[in-house]
Design a protein around this ligand. Sequence first.
Ligand code: ASP
Length: 359
Amino acid sequence: MELRNLLLICFLITVLSSCSSQKTLQPTLVKSETSSVNKQKTKVDRPMYAMVIHAGAGTILKENITEEEEYYYKRALYAALQSGEVILENGGTALNAVEITIKYLEDIPLFNAGKGAVFTNAGINELDASIMDGNTLNAGAVGGVTNIKNPISAAIEVMKNSNHVMLVGKGAEEFAAKQGLELVEPDYFKTDARWESLQNAKAKEKDTGAILEDNPDWKFGTVGCVALDQFGNIVAGTSTGGMTNKRYNRIGDSPIIGAGTYANNETCGVSCTGHGEYFIRYTVAHDVSAIMEYTGASLEEASQQVVMEKLVKAKGSGGLVALDKDGNISMTFNTPGMYRGYVKPGERFVAIYKEESPE
Ligand code: ASP
């Protein structure tokens, strides 16, 4: 019942949202002058804008999802893309597009960010988020917050209106309140489905002594977005509830710049989802950018190297979405599925399972 109700609410939100904009179907190209690693100037056709999103990776198998559920998940991904695309096609900034898109994903209860976040072992929701601006290399993040309705907006406030990069816990909440962000009662984030997942995780832990990384059923429902705007600026953002049954104020990769999020106009923007401890140790988001910068590899080559080689070797599961300064997109994951999608002028794609790819 609970899931049906959630899906119905999401459907209504997505229908309303899709009524609010018209899609541009004509591909638009702008000539951009880009410098490659060896400083040679080359003319590249890049799309006027591009945006890519994820809403978590993990053991997401077709046999475990009904057609109805699949439809609503995909509708939600389309609606999220649409909310950011409206901004980008009208000349808005990548920062604005990323904030609006992530807020949309935080507000619907389907994904592990904002409302619908997973529970800690103590039965509360502790949220993490981060943002990075590839033009200035400025960044902001919040960790372990419990009453900020949209953690992504708090991360943006940290970036724009503080001298710091990361604020956590009570201090972050106090700062968000001072900035006038919307605060909610902590139980706003609660959904029955996530509560049940916590009970299941605890039961398994008791039965098998399993720790976080031993559970094959983990699904990482973090949300993330990377956008390239008409000015050639790249912004990346990520927002999450972390991992079910986490303890001791554990914080994962999502609010850590260079691990879960990174952006640099010279290379690419990246947002990750997966088992955060590995993404922190392997500085995954920055590694993709660094490989491009130091070796001249393409975005896809760099993403494959990090996610399919380094992380697989380390047994770190998850994936990432990324785009480069020329609007190329990568959606790379080493799990059975990842909620994902991208939009460019005239192109729109969403998918869940591994075997789905843009024609
Ligand atoms: N990366 C997140 C974390 O470890 C979890 C996720 O991607 O869902 O906190």
